[in-house]
Ligand binder design. Structure first.
Ligand code: SAM
Length: 312
């Protein structure tokens, strides 16, 4: 049974008794949270791709003169229903991140851990920034999340991974429960004993994991939604049962969903009203009932096909 959840706006006084979703600019909210409070902070900022992130929601129906060609040569007509977008074009990207990362470090408990999710365009600049803010000795891991989805250019190696930089508040003093992480199959089970093969292995720093399945129950329709399976490993390893986790760029609320499943508490922040509605529906709390006519609900229900601009 998940703990109660409240949805607040940035101006409200923050009381950390229930799980919390806060609508507003994260720099402001981070300033009003208590220092040293969080076991884990997950940050998945817009990736500075230089363009707006958008998902187009289309309705598709069979039509002999349609604009789309499907299997078996059948034609379909598509109609744009709605575009869900947020700005991902920053002038001073590192400056934007710096203030939030510096504050995130203060918010971590002495045993706390930051997971900073970024893509190959900015990962190396962000590593230098994080080394400066946390200290190189606080760098724990570079995780590679490898997936296989989307267009594959023919003039270079298709980029199919994200980078997650992991830093701890206190070098050597961080919480890490390796046994709490689900095991995975060995790549070459024939090379280990039958007993080991049956038990599986602890994941390494390279995580092969599918994107959120397009037709699965997990899908919210929010652009850049991350798979719960990827966040589950972080939460299981780096937060204690009942510990508090924070996501200042919460989007569809994946961190909250994982915390609910694993018995952790959470604070999620996002300035997009659509993200707040998606989280309201997904996490099921708040004063107002999830509106069937909200933009997010409409979006999630009506989508037949989605195009992801990011990474193409
Ligand atoms: C990459 S998405 C996060 C996706 C999320 N991890 C998920 O699984 O759904 C980044 C989110 O950060 C939010 N955002 C960007 N800048 C923000 C800011 N300054 N304050 C609050 N939210 C912000 C955007 O609205 C967007 O929802």
């Amino acid at each position: 049974m998940p703990a109660a959840m409240r949805i607040q706006t940035v101006g409200d006084a923050l009381v950390l008794d229930d799980d919390l979703v806060v609508a507003g600019e994260n720099a402001l909210v981070l300033g009003s949270l208590p220092d040293g409070f969080f076991d884990l902070i997950y940050m998945d900022p817009p990736f500075n791709t230089g363009r707006a992130q958008a998902r187009h929601s289309l309705s598709v129906s069979a039509a002999a003169d349609g604009d789309r060609l499907g299997f078996g040569g059948r034609r379909y007509r598509s109609q744009l229903l709605r575009t869900l977008a947020f700005d991902d074009a920053f002038g001073d990207y590192l400056g934007f991140l710096e203030v939030r990362l510096a504050r995130a470090r203060e918010l971590l408990a002495p045993h706390g851990t930051l997971y900073f999710h970024i893509d190959y365009r900015e990962a190396h600049y962000c590593k230098l920034l994080l080394d400066e803010l946390f200290g190189r000795e606080a760098f724990l891991n570079e995780l590679i999340w490898s997936y296989d989805y989307g267009a594959k250019p023919r003039r270079r190696w298709p980029a199919k991974h994200d980078t997650i930089l992991v830093y701890v508040r206190t070098p050597g003093g961080h919480w890490f429960d390796a046994d709490a992480v689900e095991r995975e199959p060995y790549m070459a089970p024939g090379l280990v004993s039958a007993e080991k093969a049956a038990r599986g292995k602890r994941p390494t720093d390279v995580w092969f994991h599918t994107i959120v399945p397009t037709n699965g129950r997990e899908k919210t329709g929010y652009p850049t939604q991350k798979p719960a399976g990827v966040l589950r490993r972080m939460v299981a390893a780096s937060s204690r049962a009942g510990g508090w986790c924070l996501d200042p760029f919460a989007g569809s609320g994946t961190l909250g969903a994982v915390c609910q499943a694993l018995g952790r508490r959470f604070v999620l922040i996002d300035h997009s009203p659509v993200a707040i509605e998606v989280m309201r529906s997904r996490l099921g709390g708040g004063a107002a009932a999830p509106g069937a006519d909200t933009e997010a609900a409409l979006f999630a229900a009506a989508v037949d096909q989605r195009h992801e601009l990011h990474g193409l």
